[in-house]
Write a protein that binds this ligand. Structure first.
Ligand SMILES: [Cu+2]
Length: 415
C-alpha cells in the first residue's frame, strides 16, 4: 500500500473518531441534564489560564530570540547613507515591537482577565466613534511618517551622483559579477549587446570592436565554432550538400539572424564616432573582486546579460535589481576599510561582499564578489597592476582577416 493511501485512511479514520467523540459528549451532556452550549466553569478557567501562559511564553521567546541572535548580524553600516538607513530600520523595529507587545497583551490578558464568571453578565458595548477615530488616525500618521522618511532616504541613494563620484559598472550574468572601472576620464565607455564576442565579453563600443563583430558575422570565428554568413550561404546553396530538413531550417534561421545583426552592425558603424573609442579604451575590467577607496563617492551602474539579478551589498546597506536592457544605478560612499571592519567584527576572515539576491538559476548561491575597501595609496598600487581595456583587447590574438577566413571556409565547404 502506498504512503499516500495510508495517509488518506488515517485521515478518514481520524475524522470518524472525532465525530464519534462529539456524539459521545452530546449524549453525556444530555444524561447530566446540561445543554450542549453550556461550558463548565472548569473548562473556561483552563482556557483563560492557557491564554495567559501563551502570552508569557510568546513575549519570553521574543525577548530571548532578540537577545540571542541580535538584530541583523550585519555589523555596523560601512557606508555614509547606511547610518540613516539603520536609523530608519531601528525606528520601524521599535514601532513594530511596541505595537506587538501592546496588541498581544490586550488580546491575551483580557481573554484571561474577563473569563466568564457565573452570575456576571457581559457589558454590551457595540460602538465608539472616538476610539475608531484614534485607531485610524494614529496609524495613518505613523505610516505617513515612515513612508516619507523612507522615500527621502531612497531618493538620497538613487538620485544623480556628483561629478566627482567615481563611475563603476557592475555586470551581472549567470553566475558571476564583473566590475568595470571608468579609467582616467571617469567616463564609462559605451556598449551594445550586438558587440559581444569572446574577446569583448562586456560588448564595449569602439571602432575595433565594431569591425571585429562585423567580421564575426561575415566570416565566423577562427576556430570554426561560429559560422559566418558567407559559409552558411555557401553550404545552403551548394547542390551537392544534402541536409535533413530540421538541420536546414536551423541553418536558415541562423543565417537570418546573422544577416539581421550584420545589417544593424553596419548601421551602427555608419553612425559611430571614433572619438568615443577613448571612452572605452581606458576602462579597466576586473572579475571576482571589487576594489573601492574609503571615503570616495561612487556611482554604480548595473547591467544584466541574461536574466534579472539583484545587486546586494549587505554591509553598505544597498540593493537594486539588475535588469537586461536597462541600466540601474545607485551611489554610496564606503566609510570603513576592510581591515578596520575585520577588527570591528572581531573576525580576521571578514570580507565585504556583493551578492546576488534574486534566485536567478541553479548556481545562484555562488554568485558573489568580494569587495575590498582600502586606502587611496593601496588602491593606486593595485590599479597600477591592471591593464586597460585597450591593452587587453589589442594583446589578444587578432581576428582572422577576410581573405584568410574565406580560404578556410572554402576548405570546410569542400570537406
Ligand atoms: Cu544572480
Amino acid at each position: 500500500m502506498s504512503f499516500k493511501l495510508v495517509t488518506l485512511v488515517v485521515i478518514v479514520l481520524g475524522a470518524i473518531a472525532i465525530a464519534q467523540l462529539v456524539r459521545l459528549y452530546e449524549h453525556s451532556s444530555k444524561l447530566r441534564n446540561r445543554r450542549e452550549e453550556d461550558i463548565p466553569n472548569r473548562d473556561n478557567k483552563l482556557n483563560a489560564n492557557m491564554m495567559l501562559t501563551f502570552v508569557i511564553l510568546l513575549f519570553g521567546g521574543f525577548i530571548w530570540l532578540m537577545s540571542t541572535y541580535g538584530f541583523t548580524g550585519r555589523g555596523e553600516a560601512a557606508s555614509e547613507h547606511g547610518k540613516t538607513y539603520d536609523w530608519l530600520l531601528n525606528i520601524n523595529l521599535a514601532l513594530i515591537v511596541v505595537v506587538f507587545f501592546l496588541t498581544n497583551f490586550l488580546l491575551f490578558f483580557f481573554s484571561f482577565k474577563y473569563v466568564r464568571k457565573p452570575g456576571v453578565k457581559a457589558y454590551f458595548y457595540p460602538h465608539n466613534n472616538k476610539l475608531e477615530l484614534i485607531w485610524t488616525v494614529v496609524p495613518a500618521i505613523v505610516l505617513a511618517f515612515i513612508i516619507i522618511l523612507g522615500l527621502k532616504t531612497w531618493n538620497g541613494i538613487t538620485s544623480d551622483a556628483s561629478k566627482e563620484a567615481v563611475r563603476v559598472e557592475l555586470f551581472s550574468e549567470q553566475f558571476k559579477w564583473t566590475a568595470r572601472y571608468s579609467g582616467n576620464d571617469n567616463k564609462l565607455g559605451y556598449f551594445d549587446y550586438k558587440l559581444t564576442t569572446d574577446k569583448n565579453q562586456l560588448a564595449l563600443l569602439t571602432t575595433a570592436t565594431l569591425d571585429s563583430a562585423i567580421r564575426l558575422m561575415e566570416v565566423g570565428s577562427n576556430d570554426g565554432t561560429i559560422l559566418g554568413i558567407k559559409l552558411l550561404e555557401e553550404k545552403l546553396n551548394n547542390p551537392r550538400n544534402i541536409f535533413i530538413p530540421k538541420d536546414r531550417v536551423k541553418m536558415e534561421d541562423d543565417l537570418d539572424r546573422k544577416t539581421r545583426l550584420l545589417r544593424l552592425l553596419y548601421q551602427m558603424k555608419a553612425r559611430h564616432n571614433s572619438n568615443l573609442d577613448a571612452r572605452a579604451y581606458d576602462d579597466v575590467i576586473e572579475a571576482d573582486t571589487l576594489h573601492l577607496v574609503k571615503n570616495q563617492d561612487y556611482e554604480f551602474n548595473f547591467r544584466a546579460k541574461d536574466v534579472i539579478h539583484s545587486a546586494y551589498f549587505p554591509h553598505f546597506r544597498a540593493q537594486i535589481n539588475t535588469v537586461p536592457g536597462l541600466t540601474t544605478r545607485f551611489k554610496f560612499k564606503p566609510t570603513i576599510t576592510t581591515s578596520e571592519m575585520k577588527k570591528k567584527m572581531n573576525n580576521p576572515d571578514f570580507n565585504f561582499v556583493l551578492m546576488c539576491n534574486k534566485i536567478c538559476g541553479g548556481a545562484h548561491y555562488k554568485m558573489k564578489m568580494i569587495v575590498v575597501v582600502e586606502t587611496p595609496s593601496s588602491y593606486k598600487k593595485w590599479m597600477k597592476t591592471k591593464k586597460t581595456f585597450k591593452d587587453e583587447y589589442l594583446a589578444a590574438p587578432a581576428p582572422a582577416t577576410t581573405a584568410e577566413a574565406t580560404a578556410d571556409t572554402l576548405v570546410v565547404a569542400v570537406n
